[in-house]
Design a protein around this ligand. Structure first.
Ligand code: NAD
Length: 296
């Protein structure tokens, strides 16, 4: 048996089209475009690529993209002043500070300066708290994207056994919370979990967010399970070029799973699409314009 492929790229494209339609409606009703501001500090090449593609995607969705580049030696006070300026700017609905920040800058201090109602990455402690107690806020983009793929594939998640491997604040923990809220029975596995293969084998849903290339093997997977691979790992390919692989050993897992996300083309494209979604939701909320947020 070979698993169905969960095409995150196609799903993200569909979501972006919906966002573009709602962004047009927002502009017509509010008399302005929704706006997303991204702050990049330093010259990290991967971050530069992300920021560029975020900017392009934002404009393509009919929203304003504001990009601010600061030098690698910018002080924390300068960065915080920039965030405060964006907090006060009525044209800015969402603020994202690209991580990681250069050494010496305290990420938590900077993130906690972002107005929680513009924190479209969902990293502010207030939004983590809101998610934890079931209040409306912003949910981190990657786990929300994973949930969308799972619901699209499986429909109702009630009663499913889910294992999330990884307990980071930006992926594992919010993912587990979202699955719990969707009535799945959730186990969070991590670097100290005993008998990880056996734990994973119980799961109808496996979300791997570890950062270890191809760690999860096919014989860990329950036949027919749905596997979401969040991992993005660069490894040397046989041809000497680097290639991207996930945290799941795709070739062996796809022989056992019912459905699986590829890397690349699975979870990755969802992250930016959900960022745009969160920014647009913020714009509607800030202008008090009705929106069925579940439709996005
Ligand atoms: P992280 O390093 O913050 O957390 C990794 C987690 O994995 C930790 O909680 C740790 O306990 C767990 N872990 C480590 N070794 C383990 C082991 N041997 N067995 C079981 N658990 C183990 O990473 P993160 O930020 O959550 O990211 C995880 C992966 O997802 C990375 O590959 C990252 O690049 C990728 N990622 C992808 C996207 C995307 O857009 N697709 C977004 C964020 C992160």
């Amino acid at each position: 048996m070979s698993a169905a492929l969960i095409d995150g790229k196609a799903f993200a494209e569909g979501l972006r089209q919906k966002i573009a339609k709602f962004a047009d409606e927002f502009e017509a009703k509010a008399g302005r475009k929704a706006g997303l501001a991204v702050v990049l500090v330093g010259e990290d090449p991967a971050s530069q690529v992300y920021v560029r593609s975020k900017g392009k995607a934002t404009t393509a969705a009919g929203m304003n993209s504001f990009e601010y580049k600061m030098p690698a030696d910018a002080s924390e006070a300068d960065l915080i002043a920039k965030v405060e300026e964006l907090n006060a700017d009525p044209a800015v609905d969402g603020i994202l500070v690209q991580l990681p920040l250069p050494k010496g800058l305290d990420e938590q201090a900077v993130i906690s300066t972002i107005d929680p109602d513009k924190d479209v990455d969902g990293f502010h402690i207030i939004n983590a708290g809101r998610l934890s107690v079931g209040q409306k806020g912003f949910v981190p983009c990657t786990p929300l994207g994973c949930l969308m793929l799972l619901k699209d594939r499986l429909g109702d998640l009630s009663g499913k056994d889910a294992v999330v491997i990884g307990r980071s604040n930006i992926v594992g923990k919010p993912m587990a919370q979202l699955l719990t809220d969707a009535n799945a029975t959730v186990t969070i596995a991590h670097s100290r979990t005993a008998n990880l293969p056996e734990v994973v084998k119980r799961a109808d849903i496996v979300v791997a967010a570890v950062g270890r290339p191809e760690m999860v093997k096919g014989d860990w997977i329950k036949p027919g399970a749905t596997v979401i691979d969040v991992g993005i790992n660069r490894v040397d390919g046989e041809d000497g070029k680097t290639k991207l692989v996930g945290d799941v050993d795709f070739d062996s897992a796809r022989e056992v799973a019912g459905a699986i996300t590829p890397v690349p083309g699975g979870v990755g494209p969802m992250t930016i699409a959900v960022l745009l979604r969160n920014a647009l939701v913020s714009a509607y909320r800030r202008e008090n314009i009705a929106l069925d947020e579940d439709a996005l």
